[in-house]
Design a protein around this ligand. Structure first.
Ligand code: GLN
Length: 550
């Protein structure tokens, strides 16, 4: 029978609940159990697709085209599994379901209420992934902080499930903060006590308390937390700050978080955790042989969470290449032809990120032109690919006013145009071209050398596309279409042959990059950046030598 672990958070947000949940899942998986994770978010948006990245970070897209919370990205990267629409539920979606049922008359004249109708719908969804016993364990992360008004129905659903399910099938892990007061030189347990009290007032008692802390928790502190929060001392887990999120599963194994869960859930058929691959991956991150500096151009570069999957894909690719990837933010608004070298000359690679809207567009185009002309490795994702197409149209095809109709509706040369199916769309939520689509790769291309396959599948999130009526002109001028959707002929990959590495993809390869399966495009991009950096250092040395000889 499937067992359920719930992860709640107290004291403050941003404690890394998603990473703790993913780490616990990883350890249980490494012990031979089948595990999945889901996230319940208390906001009213039906999904985060309509949220500005400034609000909630990146919108992660699953294979089946669900626009989800970025924590699902962590789940996939840690567990190397695919999640789906089912793995992310918001208050908005719960209410939408209940209201639709009410409109259909399904409640047979009853008054529809938060308890039991909303909580029943939450419970139904909390249990649904475990229904066919596909998983030994389903972990549910409850978004938000205990005590928030909007998370009450979720906590109430957990309370009821603690009662509904056999005791050994249900476990609650509560994540809190133990602040260190520098002036007093002391770790403080009071906020944790209060947050556990708050949770208890709502009827849920945690089995395990995971404490985020800057300083190690000694036995006395652990005992105090255990005593005042009514858990066993060994169920007080220290979650120290880690240099990388990928270290957290190893910290948790040392703290025996997984073993305590297994004990409480009365699971006995487990093995020693197999973490060999994980440790090798981590060693390569910690002790790289070389380093490269990659520029990330996007609209939200000051916000790390907006490009979470891209940044993580760089970590995965860096590990494969035994290379530290320093990602520097480049503000495209300030780039012009005159200062491009000054702004970009120190980079070993340039990634132009996905995005929407007109802000910073011209600077991106200039940056791409610079990368194309000087041979700087370039990688464009979604909007980044579209900008590369516009740059080529303007500067090589001579279509001076080429543009995307997203930015300029009446452009004379719409080299990027809205997809036919999108023209009928009137609503914003969940209406883009979303999720996994196949892509056929042409032989003897960079894309083929990278993927080593004729047919791949990658995830999408866009409304505009490469305009096929310009395809021949582009190909004649040297911009090769190396990947297309075999059913619709939509262009998926463009590349340049006479360049060390210049590739743009309409899809989002970062979404499928995991620790065990790093995205090939990122791996090769970093390899190209490393070669570029080496070549440049060599040129510098040669230049100095020549200078000395002269
Ligand atoms: N705004 C562009 C489109 O909708 C690109 C989207 C993206 O980069 N994800 O096609």
């Amino acid at each position: 029978m499937t067992k359920y672990i719930f992860v709640t958070g107290g004291v403050t947000s941003s404690l890394g609940k998603g990473i703790i949940a993913a780490s616990l899942a990883k350890l249980l998986q490494a012990r031979g159990l089948s595990v999945t994770i889901q996230k319940f978010d208390p906001y009213i948006n039906v999904d985060p697709g309509t949220l500005n990245p400034y609000e909630h970070g990146e919108c992660f897209v699953t294979e089946d085209g669900a626009e989800t919370d970025l924590d699902l990205g962590h789940y996939e990267r840690f567990l190397n599994i695919f999640t789906s629409q089912q793995n992310n539920v918001t208050t908005g979606r719960i209410y939408q379901t209940v209201i639709n049922k009410e409109r259909a008359g399904d409640y047979l004249g009853k008054t529809v209420q938060v308890v039991p109708h909303i909580t029943d719908e939450i419970k139904r969804r909390m249990l649904s992934l475990g229904k066919d016993n596909r998983y030994d364990i389903v972990i549910t992360e409850i978004g938000g902080t205990v005590g928030d008004i909007e998370s009450l129905p979720f906590v109430e659903a957990v309370r009821q499930l603690q009662w509904d399910l056999p005791e050994e099938n249900c476990l609650v892990v509560h994540l809190t903060l133990i602040p260190y007061l520098r002036a007093a030189k002391e770790l403080k347990t009071k906020p944790t006590q209060h947050s556990v009290k708050m949770l208890s007032q709502e009827g849920v008692h945690p089995d395990i308390i995971v404490c985020r802390t800057e300083k190690p928790l000694n036995y006395e502190i652990r005992r105090k937390i255990a005593q005042f929060c009514n858990v066993k001392t060994e169920a007080v887990i220290e979650a120290a700050d880690a240099p990388t999120i990928y270290e957290v599963p190893l910290l948790m194994v040392r703290e025996k978080l997984d073993l305590i869960c297994l004990q409480k859930l009365n699971i006995t058929n487990y093995r020693e955790p197999e973490l060999g691959y994980w440790k090798e991956f981590l060693d390569r991150i910690k002790y790289p042989r070389t380093s490269v500096t990659v520029g990330l151009i996007g609209k939200y570069v000051e916000l790390q969470d907006a490009y979470k999957s891209i940044l993580e894909a760089f970590v995965h690719a860096g590990s494969v290449n035994e290379c530290k990837v320093n990602v520097v933010n480049v503000h495209s608004e300030h780039i012009t032809v005159d200062n491009a070298h000054e702004k970009l000359g120190h980079l070993d690679g340039l990634l132009v990120a996905p995005g929407f809207g007109v802000r910073g567009i011209e600077g991106k185009i200039v940056a791409i032109q610079y990368a194309r002309e000087v041979g700087l490795p370039f990688f464009g994702i979604c909007l980044g690919m579209q900008m590369a197409v516009i740059e080529y149209a303007r500067n090589v095809l001579g279509l001076k006013h080429a543009h995307s109709t997203e930015m300029d509706k009446s452009t004379v040369d719409p080299v990027i145009d809205m997809m036919e199916e999108q023209k009928k769309v009137t609503k914003l939520g969940a209406t883009m071209r979303l999720g996994a689509y196949p892509c056929a790769i042409a032989p003897n291309t960079l894309a083929h050398r990278i993927y080593k396959a004729d047919l791949i599948s990658e995830r999408h999130r866009h409304r505009w596309e490469f305009n096929n009526s310009y395809r021949e002109a582009f190909e004649r001028a040297g911009l090769k279409v190396s990947g297309v959707n075999p059913e619709t002929d939509l262009v998926e990959i463009v590349e340049l042959a006479d360049h060390p590495f210049f590739i743009g993809v309409q899809y989002h390869p970062e979404l499928k990059s995991t620790v065990e399966r790093p995205a090939p495009l990122f791996v090769h991009f970093i390899d190209a950046a490393r070669q570029y950096s080496e070549k440049r250092s060599l040129q510098k040395v040669m230049g100095t030598a020549e200078g000395e000889m002269a």
